[in-house]
Structure formats: C-alpha cells, structure tokens
Design a protein around this ligand. Structure first.
Ligand SMILES: Nc1ncnc2c1ncn2[C@@H]1O[C@H](COP(=O)(O)OP(=O)(O)OP(=O)(O)O)[C@@H](O)[C@H]1O
Ligand SMILES: [Mg+2]
Length: 246
C-alpha cells in the first residue's frame, strides 16, 4: 500500500484562476526519503499543505495509507515542518510548548488527558525533551520562543514534527538557515527514522544534498516534470533544461 497516493490533484489560490498545481499524480511507497525539488513558486509548499489538510485541492483524489486524508490527518499520521512560521514568535510561550503542540493527537487519544485535559503527564514531556535533544535544542526547552535565532526556530519546527511520531514526515526546506553541524545531526536522525519505515518528503533547493540522501526525486513545476532516481533526475543541467521547457 502506498503511504501517499495522489490522482490528478490540481490546486489554485483565490487570488487567481491559474492552477498552481496541475494534475499531480503520486505513488509513494512507505519507507523512502523523497526529494521534492522545483523553482520558487513551483507549488512544493502548496502540495505539502494539501497533503496535511491545510489547503483543499481543487480537483483530484488523495489517499494516505489507502484512506481519505482527513481520517489519517486526525490520527496524526502526517507531521509537517513548514517552511515559514505558523506561530507568532512574539507570543510569550516556551520552546517546549511549541513542540508540545506536535503531541496533540497523542494527548487527545489518551484517556488520562481526556479526563484531565490540563494534566500533561511525564511521558509526554519525555518525548518532547527527546525531540528537542535530537535537534540539539534541549537546553532551550524553557526559553521563550522570542529568544530564538532563525536557524533555531527551524530546528524547533523539526522537533515538533519529530515529537508527533508520525509515519509520514513532510519537511519544507528544513535546512534553510540551519548550520552544517546541525544539518548533519538531523540527517542522521531522518535516515534512522526512514530505516524504521518512516516516509519522508523533503522540499529542498540543495540538489547536491538531495542527491546524497534521497532515494527518489520528484521535480515539480506546477506539474510533475520528472520522477526517478536522484542520480538521474537531479542533474543540474537536465534540471535547468527541464525548467526552461516547462
Ligand atoms: N496564500 C497564497 N495566496 C495566493 N497565492 C499563493 C499563496 N501561496 C502561494 N501562492 C502562489 O502559489 C504558487 C506556488 O507557491 P508555493 O509556495 O507552493 O511554491 P514553492 O514551490 O513552495 O516555492 P518556494 O521554493 O519559493 O518555497 C506561487 O505562484 C505562489 O505565488
Ligand atoms: Mg515553498
């Protein structure tokens, strides 16, 4: 069964009748790391938003592990680390609380938290601590989010997605602004998650990096331009030619 299956997904924004995604077909088996590449405005972030249920497709069909997306989204099967902030960084909350929001599905499904909605038990905090540790941000757990640098914010997003313990991870340019050392650590974590069967889709402009770590590459520019092995698909020359054609 496919982790994600899309049939002819099209999307537009209310500001224009132009399609930003045009008949996207995907068949993504579980346990792969997939690079999603394409120029600015190609529709990468839009595709992520559709998969995670933040945006509706205009047309088409989407299945996550064989089920309609809303079913799996409710179960927290898909975690999403967005390209940009979804939170007000001046809001006076601590780093660990941002990561806690990634535990929403786990909290909702536990009987204890249904009975005592404000009691977040120790095991939840342990998962959160672990996720922050993975991205090297544990010492920031009790810091206000307003005190974070750009790269640190990015790592907190990733910690939030990791804390969700989801089967599908959508990472939108997760290494933008992140230093090389943290990037290495995070890649090792992602590869370990993949070994455990996690499906990871990563939007990135770093073709060299994607060639190194991805099992498969999808080139998007409103429609799917190429889909195949990273060595074949992520050739700089081929890519620039493809973009001129599209
Ligand atoms: N909220 C919005 N309202 C209107 N148009 C939007 C909105 N978000 C994105 N778009 C448009 O949709 C198209 C696809 O945008 P999207 O953000 O999905 O691209 P992307 O591939 O993620 O680009 P980038 O590499 O810059 O992150 C662009 O033409 C963009 O202008
Ligand atoms: Mg984007």
């Amino acid at each position: 069964m496919y982790a994600i299956m899309a049939r002819s997904i099209s999307a537009a924004y209310p500001t224009s009748t132009d399609l930003v995604l045009n008949r996207i077909d995907l068949e993504l088996p579980p346990g792969e790391l997939i690079a999603l590449v394409g120029p600015n405005g190609a529709g990468k972030s839009t595709l992520f938003k559709i998969i995670v249920g933040q945006k509706k497709a205009l047309r088409g069909q989407l299945r996550i592990f064989g089920e309609p997306t809303h079913v799996q989204q409710r179960r927290g099967v898909v975690a999403y680390a967005p390209q940009e902030g979804f939170i007000d960084w001046d809001f006076p909350i601590e780093v660990r609380d941002v990561v806690l929001t990634g535990r929403y599905n786990h909290l909702r499904s536990s009987v204890a938290s249904r009975l005592f909605p404000f009691a977040i038990n120790k095991s939840q905090w342990l998962v959160i601590d672990k996720a922050l540790e993975m991205v090297g941000m544990k010492s920031f757990a009790r810091k206000p989010i307003s005190a974070l640098s750009g790269g640190q914010k990015k790592r907190v997003f990733l910690a939030r997605a990791l804390a969700q313990e989801a089967s599908i991870l959508l990472l939108d340019e997760p290494f933008n602004g992140v230093d090389k050392e943290s990037e290495e650590t995070i890649i090792q974590i992602l590869l370990a998650l993949k070994e455990r069967g996690c499906t990871i889709i990563m939007a990135s402009h770093d073709l060299n990096r994607m060639r190194e770590i991805a099992d498969r590459a999808i080139v998007l520019n409103k429609r799917i331009i190429a889909d195949g092995s990273p060595e074949k698909v992520l050739d700089e020359k081929i890519i620039s030619e493809l973009f001129q054609l599209s």
